[in-house]
Design a protein around this ligand. Sequence first.
Ligand code: DX5
Ligand code: ZN
Length: 225
Amino acid sequence: MSVRIAPSILSADFAALGEAIAAVERGGADLIHVDVMDGHFVPNITIGPPVVKSLKRIATVPLDVHLMIEEPDRYIDAFADAGAAMMSVHVEVLPHLHRTVYAIKALGVKAGVVINPATAVASLSEIAGDVDYVLVMSVNPGFGGQTFIPRSESKVREVRALLDRAGNGAPVEIDGGIDQRNVGRVVAAGASIIVAGSAVFHTPDPERATRELKAAALGAAAVRR
Ligand code: DX5
Ligand code: ZN
């Protein structure tokens, strides 16, 4: 199974997002991960549909939009119109998750479901056959630059097994605290979309950091195969 790298622009300079995206695309980024935060579900506030629309104009790879917001149903149309190719929503805020997943798919957007570190993998059991991807949070969402929570590695393995049992080859994405040191482990556990913010943008050369992270991830995937 191949691995895709999704640099998170949360850790980039918001005054120069165009340059940040161009740099990671030169480094081989497969997706651009866009963190949407509302100051309610998570403490931080980031960006909304107008910024996604501008990013869409300049990005040459698909936009992976991670909604860390309450009531995501109110905004999925706007993010789809803005150009999201993938959109993920948190199980923790959705009593009618199945409806939301199908509403996202109906817009022609890949639908992902996200679980926080304290959320059980079992919360995905009834939706595992329906999702286009699952995002395992390996930090508590809200900020870049946090430390990877080690338990996440076995969670990735459990989610991969759950999807396989459901007959769903959908990828497992991992987000939070991923860097050169731990990327091999999470890929070996079954992650195939790798989000990285500070490990890419808090370096002197984001292009090179992307290239190196991707090489490490692909190396681990080759062994997994
Ligand atoms: C955290 C966000 C992440 C964040 C990752 O709430 O969902 O996407 O940007 O940043 P790092 O890789 O620095 O943990
Ligand atoms: Zn994210």
